[in-house]
Design a protein around this ligand. Structure first.
Ligand code: UD1
Length: 397
């Protein structure tokens, strides 16, 4: 029997863990696959990382690169250096990167460069048609959650998305707009496969546990009577004027509607530096907390009346669950959550109006996007199997 195929799953930051978990579990069931978790350490606090591994039943990462915080160049550079070292020690058959964080791009760059390092000349000839997947090349890179675009290059994540999709060999998209964006950018159709939304796999995998927790009760709140807030994007929290306006809006909202706000470390730092933390902590109907583990957080989402967020993943989870979502951003790389789901883009000035509208309507309007069905990991495994095992390898030189 041929040796198992080694597949690196790159996990870096909080939103990555629920994307690799279903894939890790699905690959672990395959006799031909050896899934290996590589944690870059971009998020390192217990409640931003370890708690997610525990909740999602993941093992301790096989490799931990321990990168931590830094400027964008520092973080991206440190991950590249550390991951290149690991690739020199162990060559996987496939590297799977997810989402749009700095580590997604850094590991993609390290991988696509190292595969030519031991054959310095003529490497480019290995791709006879632009964009074709040359299955003989190792390691291949696959991007899970490919093709999403906010068309806003002031977002670091947009740069990471564009650069990763340009370099990756296999592009798994969550929705039709992902395919359209990639085709419009000139990517070969052969590289793209719509597989659905892997976050929904995690949600469905953990649903029985999520439904048992009833986290809202810990705040003395009943199901459907409160809002949940998550904010961490630089455009919202790193700008003092915007942060101040958001704090004022939250205070106004809590006069009639309780809010639970698990605070991201970036946001907490900014709130403390600007002197708003103490003010918020004293507002009676505003329940501040540390960032929460997956099950507890999702329990609060499940039971909320609405969600206020600037996160990407939360826009998708609320659409799937049919919970109104107010996204404090000018744009979204996930337009399907607006066109088919419950998501509304809003500004801090229009937030109160949107809340009044969302809480007035009894009906939970939502259409679950196609292939957001809890079986994305199975489709990804089938795709990997086809690329690594079934297809006849083409040696081009
Ligand atoms: C990162 C991702 C973003 C993702 C978000 C989810 C990039 C460019 N950004 O943003 O796409 O939506 O994660 O959370 O990759 N910090 C801690 N403890 C931690 C992690 C971070 O205290 O465990 C602090 C850091 O010191 C830093 C700040 O939080 O000051 C921001 O962390 P960073 O990894 O730069 O980006 P995020 O804002 O978390």
């Amino acid at each position: 029997m041929s040796p198992k195929k080694t597949i690196h799953l790159i996990a870096a930051a909080r939103p990555n863990f629920m994307k690799i978990a279903p894939l890790y579990h699905a690959l672990s069931r395959e006799p031909w696959a050896n899934p290996v978790i590589v944690h870059t350490g971009q998020h390192y606090d217990t409640n931003m990382s370890d708690a997610f591994f525990r909740d999602l039943l993941l093992p301790v990462p096989h490799y931990h690169l321990g990168i931590g915080s830094g400027t964008h160049a520092e973080q991206t550079g440190k991950v590249m250096i550390a991951y290149e070292r690991l690739l020199n020690e162990t060559r996987p058959d496939l590297v799977v990167v997810v989402g749009d964080v700095n580590s997604t791009l850094a590991c993609t760059l390290a991988t696509v460069k190292i595969r030519y390092a031991d054959r310095p000349s003529g490497g480019g000839r290995r791709f006879p048609l632009p964009g074709n997947v040359n299955r003989a090349i190792r390691p291949l890179v696959a991007h899970l959650e490919a093709g999403l675009r906010s068309f806003d290059r002031s977002m670091p994540e947009e740069i990471n998305r564009i650069a990763t999709d340009t370099l990756a060999d296999i592009l798994w998209t969550p929705s039709a707009d992902g395919n359209e964006n990639l085709l419009w950018e000139g990517v070969s159709r052969e590289k793209i496969e719509r597989v659905g939304n892997i976050m929904i796999d995690s949600l469905e995998m953990m649903r029985p546990k999520i439904e048992k927790i009833r986290m809202a009760k810990q705040y003395g709140l009943e199901q459907g009577t409160y809002g949940l807030v998550t904010l961490h994007r630089p455009a919202n929290v790193d700008e003092p004027a915007q942060l101040r306006a958001i704090c004022t809006a939250l205070e106004k909202i809590t006069q009639t509607f309780p809010l639970v706000f698990p605070v991201h470390p970036r946001t907490r730092k900014q709130l403390e530096q600007n002197g708003y933390w103490q003010v918020l902590a004293q507002i009676p109907n505003l329940f501040l907390s540390e960032p929460l583990p997956y099950l507890q957080f999702m329990s609060l989402v499940f039971d909320s009346r609405l969600v206020i967020t600037d996160s990407g993943g939360v826009q998708e989870e609320t659409t799937y669950l049919g919970i109104p979502c107010l996204t404090l951003r000018e744009n979204t790389e996930r337009p399907i959550t607006v066109s088919e789901g419950t998501n509304r883009l809003c500004t801090v000035e229009t937030l109160l109006q949107h809340i009044a509208k969302a809480t007035a309507s009894k009906e939970r309007r939502s259409r679950k996007p196609l292939l957001w069905d809890g079986h994305t990991a199975d489709r990804v495994v089938a795709s990997i199997q086809q690329v690594l095992l079934d297809a006849k390898e083409v040696m081009l030189d």
